[in-house]
Design a protein. Structure first.
Length: 266
């Protein structure tokens, strides 16, 4: 089953990125119904679903890391700058970088003779750290920061990349509820300040209701894709059948049903 709320963009010419009858999966076998939608400039999209629901497969296809089974992905402009923030799996200890160096890596993406040089990248990194309120963290080792501080630095890296579209896979999974909300507030501020389109996978349902313009539920087991406003998606019969009722005061738990973290290989 695939259902889209009336009024939701189905891939308009003004959209930054569009999916047209997109089917995702492996070895020519689709795992979800066809998806047609458009990500408008400056919109905040939330992606929800359980373990193995197809979220990661869909994201990887969206980013061009996996080929579509069928359908197409269209960019509104050539060379569309997309920033991707994947799930973190304890790799921070491998990179003894200062926080400002982590941010500068975002500014150096695609560097060449016709791209900004190292000095310009450093300037962009400093401005981005200032924008997210993390300038005082610049000289600290990234791996020694708290989870909330690390996420603030990674959001600065998104800003330094000057991406038009930011895709984030469970960016707050290791945080407590207070830090999680602060992270969403910061991400929303970056979106508004930069007119950046944001697509974020999250199990923090209260934030989905509060911050997202649009939401998409993916469920491989029931072959369901529901697209629309957060209220439409979270109150849809297909969502309720899988997760139960979600109250506005809930976070990642609804009537004892936890939306588990992580998405495996699907």
């Amino acid at each position: 089953m695939s259902e889209t709320e009336s009024g939701t963009s189905l891939g308009e010419a003004t959209d930054l990125l569009s999916c047209r009858s997109l089917e995702v999966g492996y070895r020519g076998q689709a795992i979800l119904p066809p998806i047609t939608l458009g990500f408008g400039r400056g919109q905040f999209w939330a992606v929800v679903g359980r373990n193995g629901s197809g979220k990661s497969t869909w994201l990887r296809t969206l980013l061009g890391l996996l080929p579509p089974v069928r359908g197409s992905i269209e960019h509104a402009e050539p060379g569309l700058r997309i920033a991707y923030l994947p799930q973190r799996h304890g790799t921070d200890e491998l990179y003894p970088l200062l926080a400002r160096e982590v941010v500068a890596l975002g500014a150096l993406r695609g560097w060449g003779f016709l791209r900004p040089g190292l000095s310009t990248a450093k300037e962009r990194a400093e401005r981005a750290l200032e924008e997210v309120g993390a300038r005082d963290l610049g000289d600290q080792l990234f791996r020694e920061l708290s989870e909330g501080q690390k996420q603030r630095v990674l959001f600065a890296r998104l800003a330094a990349s000057e991406a038009r579209l930011a895709v984030l896979d469970e960016p707050t999974s290791a945080m407590d509820l207070v830090a999680e909300r602060e992270a969403f507030e910061l991400l929303d501020a970056l979106r508004k300040n930069r007119n950046m389109t944001v697509v974020v996978v999250s199990h923090y349902l209260r934030a989905v209701r509060e911050f997202a313009d649009r939401a998409i539920m993916l469920d491989r087991d029931s072959a369901s894709v529901i697209i629309g406003t957060p209220a439409f998606v979270l109150e849809h019969s297909a969502f309720l059948a899988r997760y139960g009722e979600v109250e506005a005061s809930d976070s990642a738990v609804s009537r004892g049903h936890a939306l588990t973290q992580g998405d495996g290989n699907a």
